[in-house]
Design a protein around this ligand. Structure first.
Ligand code: AMP
Length: 567
C-alpha cells in the first residue's frame, strides 16, 4: 500500500519559487552535509563521544546501514518514528538514518517521560520506536507494550544497549550489513527523499495543553543550517561542544551539530553543561565553540573565577575556546559583559525558536550590540514585524509582539488547527509570543513574552499542560502555574492551588510523577490559596499571582496568608 505523505502546511507557491531562485532551497536531503564530508574527508573526526571517536566515513557507513535495514523492514516515506536517545553518537546516526530513509522522527528529550512520549505518540502514530534501555521507562517492556497499544502501527522497536541482536540499535547500525541480514548488497537502498516534505518534527516549547510538533522540511532546515554555519564562521577546524540536550533546535541547527557536519568540523558530546564535566573535555579535545543557555554560562563564569581565586585548584585550560553562544532564555547584560573577560572568548547571543526564525549577533558586531541585543535574523528574507495588540507595527525601539515568516519559518503545527488559528495571522506570519524591541540596525532585544510559558533555564514549560494535569487530582479545584524569578535558572515555576480539604505539596508531586511528567516540569513551589484572583473578564489573574510572589510571602493578593512550601 502506498503510504501518504505526512501532512504539512506548505509555503505559498510564489514564495517557494523565490526561495529556490535565491538559492535558499536547494532540493537536497538533510543528510547532504554529512555525506559530502564523508566523500571529501572520510577520515576526519565527525563525533567524539566519551572515549569513542567516529570519522565521517564511519558515521556515514553506520547511518546508511541503519537506513537500509529500516528500508528492508518496509519502513520509509510516510512512516514516523518516536526516538528518545541521550547525548550520544547514536543520536546523530539515528537521526541521519531516518532522514535518509524518509522516516519523519520526533526526537524526545531524554528528560521526557510517559506524559510527553504518549502525547507525541498519539500525534504521529509511530511505526518505529528507537529508545535507550538505560532510560527508566525502558528497563523492561511494559511501557513499550502500552505504546504499542496506543499506536496500532508500532511494530519495530530498537534499543540502544539492548540484550538481543534483533532489537539492538547498535547491531542495526553495525558496519557489517551482510552478517546480520544475510542479504548483503541485496538490501534495498532507501528511495529518494522529497526535500519539500517533512524531514522530522521539532518540539515546540508550547503554551497549550498538549506539546505541539513543528514539521520541518529538508529544504527549510538545510537552508537555516548552511546560513548559520556561515554566520558563525564554522570550518573543518571547529570543535563544537554539545552539552545541552542534542535534539534542541539550538544544538542541532543554530548552527549546532548539523552545521558542524556541513562544515566538516567535529561535534564533541557531553552529558550536561556542568563545568566539572565540560572543562576537562574542552581541554582534552581542544573545543573551539560551545552553545549554552544563560544558567550554564553563569555556572561556567563562576567556576572559572572560583578556580582563579583558589591557589590549590587545578588549572582549567580553556584557551582553545574561541566562541560561546548563549541562547534559549534571557541573558543578563551584566553576565554578557563578563564572558569575554572571564572565558577569554567571543560571545554570540542567539535568539531562536524550534518554529524557525533564528537571530544571531554577528561575530564582527560592535561589542555593545553583542552585549545588549539578541541578534538579527539569519536571512534577508526573514520578514520580522514588531506589532502592537491591534496588529500595527510599532516604531523602532518600542516594545511589541514578534511576528515572522520566511524561508525556514514553519507554516503550521502538525494537526493543530486551533493552535494554528491562534499562532498565525492571515498573511502567514507566525506570532512567537515574544515581546521584543527592534533597533534601526535590525537587531532585536527580547524584553518579555505574552505566551503562558515558564522558561526554566531554557527548558520551556507550557503552563496549561501542567495546570490540566494538576486538575486531574481529585482535591484540586483550580490550578495556575506561574513563573518565579530565579537567580540561576532565570525562572522557576510556582503552582497556585485552590484545593478541597487538606492537601500537601508532596501529594501533588506524587500525583504529577504518577502521570509521568518530566522532572523539569514539576512545580518548584506550591502555594495553596482560598480563591483564584480574577481579571475583569473573569480569567485567572496571573499577573496578580506573580505579584503576590514578588511581594514576598507575607501577604497575598489572592486573599489568604500563604505559607510557602517547596516541593
Ligand atoms: P525553543 O523553541 O524551545 O527554542 O524556544 C524558543 C523560545 O525561547 C523563544 O520564542 C523565546 O521565548 C525563548 N528564547 C530563545 N532564545 C532566547 C534569547 N536569546 N533570549 C530570550 N528568550 C529566548
Amino acid at each position: 500500500m502506498l503510504k501518504q505523505p505526512i501532512k504539512l502546511t506548505h509555503w505559498p507557491e510564489n514564495l517557494t519559487r523565490s526561495y529556490r531562485a535565491k538559492g535558499y532551497w536547494i532540493d537536497q536531503p538533510l543528510t547532504r552535509g554529512l555525506r559530502h564530508q564523508a566523500r571529501v574527508q572520510p577520515n576526519l573526526t565527525a563525533i567524539i563521544c566519551g572515549s569513542r571517536s567516529l570519522s565521517y566515513g564511519e558515521v556515514e557507513q553506520r547511518f546508511m546501514a541503519l537506513a537500509r535495514r529500516l528500508t528492508a523492514s518496509g519502513l520509509g516515506r510516510g512512516d514516523t518514528a518516536l526516538v528518545q536517545l541521550p547525548n550520544s553518537a547514536e543520536f546523530y546516526i539515528t537521526l541521519l538514518a531516518l532522514l535518509e530513509a524518509g522516516i519523519a522522527s520526533v526526537n524526545a528529550l531524554f528528560a521526557h517521560k510517559q506524559n510527553e512520549l504518549n502525547a507525541y505518540a498519539d500525534q504521529i502514530e509511530p511505526s518505529l520506536l528507537i529508545v535507550d534501555r538505560s532510560h527508566p521507562l525502558f528497563r523492561d517492556n511494559q511501557y513499550v507494550e502500552s505504546l504499542k497499544a496506543r499506536s496500532g502501527r508500532l511494530d519495530t522497536v530498537l534499543f540502544r544497549s539492548a540484550e538481543t541482536a534483533d532489537q539492538s540499535l547498535d547491531d542495526w547500525m553495525g558496519p557489517n550489513v551482510e552478517s546480520l541480514s544475510g542479504a548483503g548488497d541485496d538490501l534495498p537502498q532507501p528511495g529518494p527523499t522529497d526535500p519539500d516534505q517533512v524531514a522530522f518534527f521539532q518540539l515546540s516549547g508550547g503554551s497549550t495543553g498538549t506539546p505541539k510538533l513543528v514539521p520541518r522540511t529538508h529544504n527549510d532546515y538545510d537552508y537555516s543550517i548552511r546560513a548559520s554555519a556561515k554566520i558563525c564562521g564554522l570550518s573543518p577546524s571547529t570543535r563544537f561542544l554539545c552539552a545541552l540536550p542534542a535534539p534542541h533546535n539550538f544544538l542541532l541547527s543554530s548552527p549546532g551539530a548539523l552545521g558542524v557536519f556541513h562544515a566538516g568540523g567535529t561535534v564533541v558530546l557531553a552529558p550536561n553543561p556542568d563545568p566539572q564535566i565540560c572543562f576537562p573535555i574542552i581541554a582534552r579535545h581542544k573545543v573551539t565553540m560551545a552553545a549554552l543557555v544563560p544558567s550554564a554560562v553563569s555556572m561556567w563564569l563562576r567556576a572559572v573565577e572560583q578556580a582563579k581565586a583558589d591557589p590549590t585548584a587545578q588549572e582549567q585550560d580553556l584557551s582553545s575556546l574561541k566562541l560561546v553562544q548563549v541562547g534559549g532564555a534571557s541573558f543578563a547584560e551584566s553576565e554578557a559583559r563578563r564572558v569575554p573577560k572571564v572565558l577569554g572568548c567571543t560571545l554570540q547571543q542567539v535568539f531562536g525558536m524550534a518554529e524557525g526564525l533564528v537571530n544571531y549577533t554577528r561575530l564582527d558586531d560592535d561589542p555593545e550590540i553583542i552585549f545588549t541585543t539578541q541578534g538579527r535574523p539569519i536571512s534577508d528574507d526573514d520578514e520580522v514585524r514588531v506589532v502592537d495588540e491591534n496588529g500595527d507595527d510599532v516604531l523602532d525601539g518600542q516594545t511589541g509582539m514578534l511576528a515572522t515568516r520566511g524561508p525556514y519559518t514553519f507554516r503550521g503545527y502538525f494537526q493543530s488547527p486551533d493552535a494554528n488559528a491562534n499562532a498565525f495571522d492571515d498573511q502567514g506570519f507566525y506570532f512567537s509570543g515574544d515581546l521584543v524591541q527592534r533597533l534601526p540596525s535590525g537587531h532585536l532585544r527580547v524584553v518579555g513574552r505574552v505566551k503562558d510559558q515558564i522558561n526554566r533555564g531554557g527548558e520551556k514549560i507550557a503552563a496549561e499542560e501542567i495546570e490540566t494535569l494538576l486538575l486531574r487530582h481529585p482535591q484540586v479545584n483550580q490550578a495556575a502555574l506561574v513563573a518565579i524569578d530565579d537567580l540561576l535558572l532565570g525562572e522557576k515555576s510556582c503552582a497556585f492551588i485552590v484545593a478541597e480539604g487538606a492537601l500537601r505539596p508532596a501529594e501533588l508531586r506524587r500525583h504529577l510523577i504518577k502521570l509521568g511528567v518530566a522532572d523539569y516540569k514539576l512545580p518548584d513551589r506550591v502555594r495553596f490559596i482560598d480563591r483564584m484572583p480574577l481579571t475583569a473578564v473573569g480569567k485567572t489573574d496571573k499577573r496578580a499571582l506573580r505579584k503576590s510572589l514578588s511581594d514576598g510571602f507575607a501577604r497575598s493578593d489572592a486573599g489568604k496568608i500563604p505559607i510557602p512550601e517547596t516541593l
